[in-house]
Design a protein around this ligand. Sequence first.
Ligand code: SF4
Ligand code: SF4
Length: 181
Amino acid sequence: MASKVIRNVTWDFLNEVIQDGSRVFPKEELERLRFCIQCGTCVGGCPSGRISALRIRKIFRETQLGLKETVLSDDNLWNCTTCYTCQERCPRGVHTTNTVRIIRNLAVKYGYIKNNHRRICEFFLTYGHAVPINDETRQVRKDLGLAEAPPTVHSHPESLAEVLKLAEETGFKKIVERTAK
Ligand code: SF4
Ligand code: SF4
């Protein structure tokens, strides 16, 4: 198999992942990524890796090597189900799943959002739900003796303004608009 020589390795991307992620998770937990030894335990137990090309170990190595564009544009990043199996098993205490979540955040920040994900975000901004209710679901709820609509924005449309305010305050709305095609 042909190997690729990587020159100009920098810590910049790894540092960015840790720095950006520390707004969400404790920094010392994310720092564990520096200690990944490529043992493959994470890949061995990954249920998604059995049916997709997701190799979380590879993503971490590329992150360590500073291959920012390669990592952020990798479709496999989105095949992680965040089941936390790898995080439970990592012998080096790498907070694998949380790190994937941070890398995904960065992917979206840099415009690598998937079309389907963007549509879900747009649903959320339009209806206050990532998956809006439809007639079929309304009927099923009725058949089960439930209210036709759940006690959310669907029953309280006036609350959509509050949802949108949250979306604005957190910067979510801006990200969705910026990445719109
Ligand atoms: S299990 Fe942990 S140390 Fe081993 S490759 Fe995966 S992240 Fe790295
Ligand atoms: S959290 Fe993601 S990468 Fe880790 S085992 Fe589960 S699906 Fe695989």
